[in-house]
Structures are given as C-alpha cells and as structure tokens.
Design a protein around this ligand. Structure first.
Ligand SMILES: Nc1ncnc2c1ncn2[C@@H]1O[C@H](COP(=O)(O)OP(=O)(O)OP(=O)(O)O)[C@@H](O)[C@H]1O
Ligand SMILES: [Mg+2]
Length: 497
C-alpha cells in the first residue's frame, strides 16, 4: 500500500495576518517533498499545524486514509508525525540520551535503566557517524550538534512523517552531507519527508517534489526533475528577478581608507592584516570555523585583542566594549540572530531603537513619533511582513526576524561608517536576497565600508568587490571579484599552509 499524507483546505489566521489560506497537497511515502516560498509564506505555520502545536482554523489532515485531529503535540507524535523546527526544542540541561529518548526513557524495576538508555543512544549516534557522547548535557554541544540531536530524536521515534524546517542553516558542509545521507535512507524506508529550505541547491539535491506557497496560498506542485531555478523563483516571487548578480548596480568610486587592521591576534585568530576603503564591499570567505566571525568580534570590541592594532579613518582605536565601537560608527549584524541579535519577546519597534535610546529621547520621555517613523522606514525598506510595528519579534517568520536586525543597523538613528554583516542572508528567500545585495551596494555608494561574511561561495564572490579568504584563524589569500572563481576561493579556504 502506498503511504500518503494529504492536507486539504488548511487555513490559519493570526491577528492581522492570514498565514495560510485553503492550502492542500499530497505527499507520498518514499519521497522528499520540498516546501518552498518567500519569508512569511506560511511554511513554518504549516509544519506547526502538522505537529499539533497550533490548531488550524479549517482544514483536514489525512494520513493513509485516516483523518487526524490533534489536541496536543503529543497526539501528532503518537500518530507518527515528527517535526524538526527552525528553533531548537531541546531540554538543554539534560543529556543527549535523555533528549533522544524523551517521553520513552527505558525503565527497569521502576528506575531509569541508564545502561540500556546509553547503549541504544550510542547505536543511533553511530549510525549517524557523529562524535557525540550520549551523556553530555545538550547545552555543551555546538549548535550544529544540537540540531543533529533533534534529528536523531525524530529518527528514534520511527515516525512515518518527518518534517524538517530549514535544518541545514546551522550545519557545516560535512554535516549537511551526513543529514542528506540520512534523509536518503529514510526515503528508502518509505517515509514521508517534508523539507523546508531557502537554499535552492539543496532542494535540487535532495527532494523529489516541490510545493510552492506564496502569501499563505498554494501556488503549484511540481516534480523537482521537471523544473529549474528560474521557474521556481518566478513561482515564489511572482515575477522574474532575472540574473541577480549581473543586475546589481555597484559602486565604482572608492574613498579614503576607512579601516586598517594590522597583525591582529586574539585567542582565535593569528596575525590578521587587511584594509578597507570607504565605498568598498569586502567579502570574507572561508569554511565554517575559519575565524571570520572572531576577527569581526575583535574589531567590534567584543573579544579582547592580544596584539596588533586597528585604525579607523587613520586613527588608532581601542574599543573596550561594543558600545564604544557603535559610538565610533561600527555596526555588526551577528550571525546567530537569536543568541546575539534580537530580544524575541519585545516588539519590532523596541528591537530597532533599543541600542539607540539616547537618540530617540525628548527628555525625559521617549520621542514616540520619531521611534515610530524610524521603525516604519525599516519595515518599508526591507519589506518586513508584519501587520503592526508592535508585533513581538518571536511571532515573525525567521527571515523577517533577520530583516529587523538589518533595519536596526541601517536606520537613520545610526551614523554607521563600517557595516559588518555576518551571514546576512541566512534563512532569507531569493527575492529578498537580491534586495539585500542591492542594499549592500547602495550603502557602499553612500560611502560606507561594508564587510560581507558569507559561507555561500557564489554569493560572496559575486557581491563583494574583493574577497579575503580565511582558514584556521589566518588569512590565506585575497582575490578581486573580476578574477574570483569558486574553485580559486575554495582552494584558499582549504589550503594546507
Ligand atoms: N505565533 C504567531 N503569532 C502571530 N503571527 C504569526 C505567528 N506565527 C507566524 N505568524 C505570521 O504568519 C505568517 C507566516 O509565518 P511563517 O513563520 O509560517 O512563515 P515562513 O514561510 O516559515 O517564513 P520564513 O521563511 O521567513 O521562515 C507571517 O506573517 C508571520 O508573521
Ligand atoms: Mg519559517
């Protein structure tokens, strides 16, 4: 019998937003089905309905002919549906094995059977080929490994339906390979797999079918083998965005040297030197862990410097804290927006003005008008999908949260001279990516120096004017955009020095 999951007429409204409207499609066993769509299209909401976390206003979920209705996430799990979320859902103080077996801990004579628990966990970890110890508390693992624990948890439950919401965002290339092999194995076992990702390359590599959503509505259902990137983008965005990189309008006039870094050494990087001119976009490429983020943290006053010097507009600077750096005109959009960027339980407005409260004050009060104006500007500039400016950030879709951070650091409240973007397009849809690239070029035209860190090679070599490549905490080379190829950059990123 063919296994299938059929959704029909699914609708869900949140205050001010119709997140899903009459969505339906069928996913079959032994296939991977991609859910694709712009930020805020409703992908995560659909998965949350499948996991029983939120109730649809209308619609039916049918699994192998049986209609399901969930009173809680527990019911969904019992029916054989596991969803692995964008946000991690682990009990961080508990061990890996307790998380993997949560709800099903083996018991012997009334007490936890640690021996069996450890043995069974070890078996799963070995199947994944990961260097993780079953007894480590999850909070001591890297974000990538936490994500893998989450996946092993679903795998252990042997669910018939497994849904992944942007699972590769925190993973390195090797880990992505491990995940894809696992997905292929689940496929062979006849599982029904749903896969959400903004990375089209992955969609072509690992999925069989694609469902596109736009503004909460179903657009199309196609076979992966019978479509191409250009068509998918058209379905998602509703228009042809053409060749993103060729269409960029770049800055071609550089000003004076803005930033000079000489022989910078910290606990994580060694003897790093480079400079950046006003109006220039400088890319930083390298494998995950190459030390790019650490260089930026040192420049930003977030990590102590052991030796070396930093000059801003020709003057030596020593920032004790990020606040000093911000006051001097440096802005850093960090890579992990949840850990370092946003206060999730506060509004969009609060998140945008928070670091600059002194500038939106009409003593002794807050200048509400100004604060509102700045926020609305950011919402317009980045097309942040939200019904109001006081929506709390945790209720925004992943990509829209990222846009709030960008909005904060480029608003008229800050006099940013140097903008450091660490993986700014992570979790952002193709249409918006193109807009962000253009925004980067526009800021350069305004005379800002921009540092653009990205692990997506195509992106960094096509957007930046010049690309610095790092490996193991040092710079291994530098290439100009005109002469940059993926092979060249990758060779430097993996160079054995
Ligand atoms: N708990 C909530 N409360 C209010 N609105 C919400 C909530 N969750 C989602 N929304 C809204 O529903 C819409 C769809 O969001 P969803 O998270 O499903 O998008 P997505 O397709 O996953 O986007 P992304 O690619 O950015 O992750 C968005 O406008 C979002 O702001
Ligand atoms: Mg989402």
């Amino acid at each position: 019998m063919e296994q299938y999951l059929e959704l029909s007429g699914i609708s869900k409204a949140f205050p001010g937003v119709q997140a899903l409207k009459d969505v339906g499609f069928r996913a079959t066993g032994g296939k991977v089905l991609a859910l694709l769509g712009e930020n805020g299209a409703g992908k995560s909401t659909l998965l949350k309905i499948l996991s029983g976390d939120i109730k649809p206003d209308e619609g039916k979920i049918v699994l192998n002919g049986r209609e399901l209705s969930f009173r809680s996430p527990h019911d969904a799990l019992k029916s054989g549906i596991s969803v692995i979320y964008q946000e991690r859902q682990l009990m961080s103080a508990m061990s890996v094995m307790e998380n993997i077996f949560a709800g099903d801990i083996p018991v012997k004579n009334g007490i936890v059977d640690y021996k069996t628990l450890k043995r069974e966990t070890k078996k799963i970890i070995d199947q994944f080929g990961l260097p993780i110890d079953p007894e480590t508390p999850v909070m001591f693992l890297s974000i990538a490994h936490q994500q893998m624990v989450e996946i092993m948890k679903a795998y252990r439950r042997d669910s018939l339906v497994i849904a992944f919401d942007e699972p590769t965002a925190p993973l390195t290339d090797t880990e992505i390979e491990i995940l894809f092999n696992l997905i292929r194995r689940l496929k062979e076992q006849g599982k029904i797999i749903l896969y959400v990702s903004h990375r089209l390359k992955e969609i072509f590599e690992v999925t069989d079918e694609i469902v596109v959503l736009k503004d909460g509505r179903f657009v199309t259902h196609v076979n992966t083998a019978e479509t191409n990137e250009q068509d998918l983008i058209k379905y998602m965005v509703g228009r042809d965005i053409g060749d993103t990189y060729a269409n960029l309008s770049r800055n071609d006039k550089y000003g004076d040297v803005l930033l000079e870094v000489n022989n910078l050494t910290t606990y994580a990087v060694h003897d790093v030197s480079f400079s950046l001119r006003k109006g220039e976009v400088l890319g930083f490429a390298g494998l995950v862990g190459a030390g790019r983020t650490e260089v930026m943290r040192a420049i930003f006053g977030a990590d102590p410097i052991i030796s070396g010097e930093i000059k801003l507009e020709g003057k030596k600077v020593e920032f004790k804290t990020p606040k000093d750096a911000i006051d001097a005109g440096i802005a850093l959009c960090p890579e992990d927006r949840k850990e370092q960027g946003l206060v999730l339980w506060r509004s969009i407005e609060d998140n945008i003005i928070m670091p600059f409260l002194d500038k939106v004050r009409k003593w002794p009060f807050l200048d509400f008008k100004k604060s509102e104006r700045v926020t609305i500007e950011a919402i317009k500039k980045y097309d942040i999908k939200t019904p109001t400016i006081d929506k709390i950030v945790v209720e925004l879709s992943g990509g829209n949260q990222q846009k709030v951070i960008l909005g904060r650091w480029t608003s008229s409240l800050v006099n940013t001279k140097l903008l450091i973007l660490d993986e700014p397009t992570k979790g952002i849809d193709v249409g918006t990516k193109a807009e962000i690239y253009q925004m980067v070029c526009d800021l350069a035209k305004e005379g800002l120096g921009v540092i653009f860190i990205s692990s997506e090679l195509t992106e960094v070599i096509n957007v930046a004017d010049r690309i610095i490549v790092m490996k193991d905490g040092t710079i291994t080379g530098e290439v100009l955009r005109e002469e940059a190829t993926e092979e060249k950059v990758l060779a430097l990123a993996m160079a054995s020095n």
